[in-house]
Write a protein that binds this ligand. Structure first.
Ligand SMILES: Nc1nc2c(c(=O)[nH]1)N[C@H]1C(S)=C(S)[C@@H](COP(=O)(O)OP(=O)(O)OC[C@H]3O[C@@H](n4cnc5c(=O)[nH]c(N)nc54)[C@H](O)[C@@H]3O)O[C@H]1N2
Ligand SMILES: Nc1nc2c(c(=O)[nH]1)N[C@H]1C(S)=C(S)[C@@H](COP(=O)(O)OP(=O)(O)OC[C@H]3O[C@@H](n4cnc5c(=O)[nH]c(N)nc54)[C@H](O)[C@@H]3O)O[C@H]1N2
Ligand code: SF4
Ligand SMILES: [Mo]
Length: 689
């Protein structure tokens, strides 16, 4: 049933798949194949969290795979960088030989001038950093700090808990109170919403904490529309109330938490945040803060679904660190339906054999400088220097679309347009990034290759079997790096490992045959992981003594009236740019049926802000600051709170209005912890275009 073998005419065969996208749900797929063609992609009914349902995007996965604009053979650039992109079809032999020659010449001077650039176009262990990491380690290339999404929150969780660990998804169904915090779950974490909705039907209260009145906020009992970047302050204000009203679990605190009591401890620091101060910083009323703390303390079990939206600001790391301590103060962790979930990915750590998969030993002690993917705009424009190392001379991009998704795109575009930069892009489509490549190499989609997947929203390992043969001349990422390794003269045996060997090497303690047979394997984990403490820190306790910012637990955004008053006079609106429901980051923007649902790139603005500017609903507007201009359609909407505008979705620049997207406006300053971008820490002004 799982073999990619050919089927007899008209017989429908089903194949076990896994959704490859950067989404916490990692759905189990049932892929139906007829006459060598995928005819349908559905959710596996038997899989616990997938429950037979997919989001609209991935139900359209065949439309994406069989898209008439799929790149199906290697392309070589024939127009100068900066001019309209023109490419010529070349053979794999010609492309690989030329790329190997170009990279070898650079490597002979300094291999660190070559930089891999990848993220989560696929989350698969095999097609992600499987063969690719081996290739770049053997080459001695620069490392990439993969910070663009989650590293501030990861650092916050690490500080509090010692790892990226959280509640089990399914037990949210039994919670009495759920704080949906910085998460538009209905759009971006649909299969969590199913469990939250179950709790709601059983009488639980749902509270959404989000500057935007999202589709999820519509379905919650209460919406707390705080200002962007003030979540750390809100957590401190809640703690103030928990302490003042003695809503603490003293036994849990005494045995399982360190750094709460004593001079400089969290108790003392939180007492500096009475509801009035908190309310002023957060743009809320003091009663909202008091009532939130009361609800949180008095409804057991209380659960928090935190998501990454709230950590894309200067203080994002410490905000996560503080929110993660709330269930330690109340002892919510004692119950399996209490606690917090930001990411479950740490549960997989013992089962992932990264050393075997990525083979860091192939670096053989050579130096390795790291380039932060979130500052690629600046770094491409930097000359060689002792602090920076060599100028970047070559980029190999796979599983990512940096020209659209990285912050401050005017600089990213300028960097990618350098005529002396050699860029290779492995892609399905001619994205904004592929348009600036020297070579575009056709990669397979999830329906055409093998992979294994972990998840950051649940705790199952999944397999994805290839359903059909690669289309055209497309090859899996692994195969492209295998052939590139051969062309470069790398002879180590590990470059001959096939994808199944890579999949087996990537996992340990998982029965691979059982995984194949069922399509997934669940990790054997405790139901209430921290009921008796046991955090993965050296002393087994949760830590609030890591005052990583020093005495200030909360910092205002880089761009705010508090920290940059002159800037705020010129650009008085705070802009956040959360995901669009029918795209996945910049993926699917080119799938017409999905783009038709989204319509046009939108900026949501409150009616008071629109009236103050004489702007009408539906107008084409220019959103601008000192970094750039973004053209989009204005939606005068109650989804925006006064003073905050919502620029939805990361559109492909070339499919947006006048060739721009929201990252024209974002900046490259990094978060307090984790060296991540602060996409939602951005001031703008808006005028009619
Ligand atoms: N449909 C769809 N699903 C997706 C994605 C997508 O692009 N489209 N992206 C995927 C990816 S890459 C990720 S990382 C995950 C999670 O990605 P997230 O970015 O967490 O996704 P959301 O839950 O949609 O959005 C976060 C929410 O945070 C809110 N927010 C913004 N600033 C603040 C703030 O300062 N404080 C608070 N409390 N809230 C704030 C936004 O208004 C938004 O509603 O989702 C994944 N799922
Ligand atoms: N302003 C703003 N910017 C943001 C965000 C935001 O909320 N606001 N969100 C940020 C977040 S959370 C993230 S995670 C990043 C996401 O940034 P990226 O990880 O770059 O995500 P995508 O834009 O989806 O681009 C992934 C690309 O990989 C390609 N791909 C998919 N599978 C394969 C494969 O098997 N092989 C190859 N070679 N290519 C493949 C797809 O075709 C797609 O073009 O964007 C960030 N940028
Ligand atoms: S994008 Fe998320 S919800 Fe949609 S199919 Fe993939 S894992 Fe499931
Ligand atoms: Mo992300």
């Amino acid at each position: 049933m799982n073999a990619p073998a050919s089927s007899t005419a008209s017989e429908i065969r089903t194949v076990h798949g896994a959704c490859p996208h950067d989404c916490p749900d990692t759905c189990a797929l049932k892929v139906s194949v007829q006459d060598g063609r995928v005819i349908k992609v559905q959710g596996r009914a038997e899989h616990g969290s997938t429950h037979g349902a997919l989001c609209t995007k991935v139900s359209r996965y065949p439309e994406r795979t069989y898209h008439p604009e799929r790149v199906l053979h290697p392309l070589k650039r024939v127009s100068p960088k900066g001019a309209a992109p023109e490419f010529r079809r070349v053979s794999w032999t010609e492309a690989l030989a030329d790329i190997a020659q170009r990279l070898s010449a650079i490597a002979a001077r300094d291999p660190q001038a070559i930089v891999p650039y990848s993220y989560a176009g696929t989350m698969g262990l095999v097609q992600g950093e499987g063969m690719a990491a081996r290739f770049f380690n053997r080459l001695g290339a620069s490392a990439l700090e993969r910070t663009i999404c989650a590293s501030a929150g990861a650092a916050g969780l690490q500080a509090s808990y010692g790892g990226k660990l959280g509640m089990h998804l399914r037990f949210f169904a039994e919670s009495r109170l759920i704080l949906i915090w910085g998460s538009n779950s209905i759009a971006s974490n649909l299969h969590f919403w199913t469990f939250a909705n179950q709790a709601k039907r059983d009488g639980a209260k749902l509270i959404c904490i989000d500057p935007r009145k999202t589709e999820t906020a519509d379905k919650c009992h209460q919406h707390i529309a705080l200002l962007p970047g003030t979540d750390g302050a809100l957590a401190l204000g809640m703690m103030h109330e928990l302490i003042q009203n003695d809503w603490l679990d003293h036994d849990y605190l005494a045995v399982h938490v360190s750094g709460f009591e004593g001079p400089g401890g969290l108790r003392e620091r939180a007492l500096a945040w009475p509801p009035e101060r908190t309310a002023e910083v957060c743009g809320l009323s003091a009663d909202e803060v008091r009532q939130l703390a009361r609800d949180y303390a008095q409804s057991a079990p209380a659960a928090i679904r935190l998501n990454y939206g709230m950590q894309r600001v200067r203080g994002g790391g410490n905000a996560v660190r503080l929110i993660a301590l709330l269930p330690c103060l109340t002892g919510a962790w004692r119950h399996r339906a209490g606690g917090l979930l930001l990411s479950s990915s740490g549960w997989f750590a013992p089962y992932k054999n990264t050393a075997a998969l990525e083979r860091a030993d192939l670096r053989a002690g050579r130096p390795q400088r790291a380039i932060n993917m979130s500052t690629i705009g600046d770094d491409l424009l930097r000359p060689a220097s002792p602090g920076f190392g060599p100028k970047i001379e070559a980029l190999v991009v796979y599983n990512s679309n940096p020209v659209a998704v990285a912050p401050e795109s005017p600089k990213v575009v300028q960097g990618f347009s350098r005529s002396d930069l050699f860029t290779v892009v492995l892609e399905h489509f001619m994205t904004d990034t592929a348009d600036l490549a020297d070579y575009v190499l056709p990669a397979t989609t999830q329906l055409e290759h093998l992979d294994v997947h972990t998840s950051y929203g649940h705790t199952d390992v999944l397999i994805n079997e290839p359903a059909v043969a690669p289309l055209g001349e497309a090859k899996p990422n692994t195969q492209i790096f295998r052939e590139l390794a051969a062309a470069m003269g790398f002879v180590e045996a590990c470059f001959a490992d096939d994808d199944e060997a890579l999949a087996r090497q990537a996992l340990r303690g998982i029965d691979f045959e059982a995984l194949r047979a069922q399509g997934w394997q669940s990790l054997p984990l405790a139901e209430a992981p921290f009921a008796q403490g046991g955090f993965p820190t050296p002393d087994g306790k949760a830590h609030c003594d890591d005052a990583l910012l020093g005495p200030a637990d909360h910092v205002p955004n880089y761009e705010s009236a508090v920290s940059a008053p002159e800037l705020a006079k010129r650009f008085p609106l705070a802009m956040i740019s959360p995901p669009a429901r029918n795209f996945l980051n910049s993926s699917f923007v080119n799938v017409k049926s999905l783009r038709d649902i989204e319509g046009e790139p939108l900026l949501e603005m409150h009616v008071l802000d629109a009236e103050a500017r004489g702007l009408e609903d539906g107008a084409t507007v220019a959103v601008f600051n000192d970094r750039g201009v973004y053209h989009c359609r204005l939606s005068v909407s109650a989804r925006a709170r006064p003073g905050v505008v919502n620029g939805l979705g990361v559109w492909w620049r070339k499919l947006g209005l006048r060739g721009s997207n929201v990252n024209e406006l974002t900046h490259q300053q990094l978060t307090d912890l984790g060296r991540a971008p602060s996409f939602y820490d951005c001031l703008v002004e808006v005028r009619a275009a």
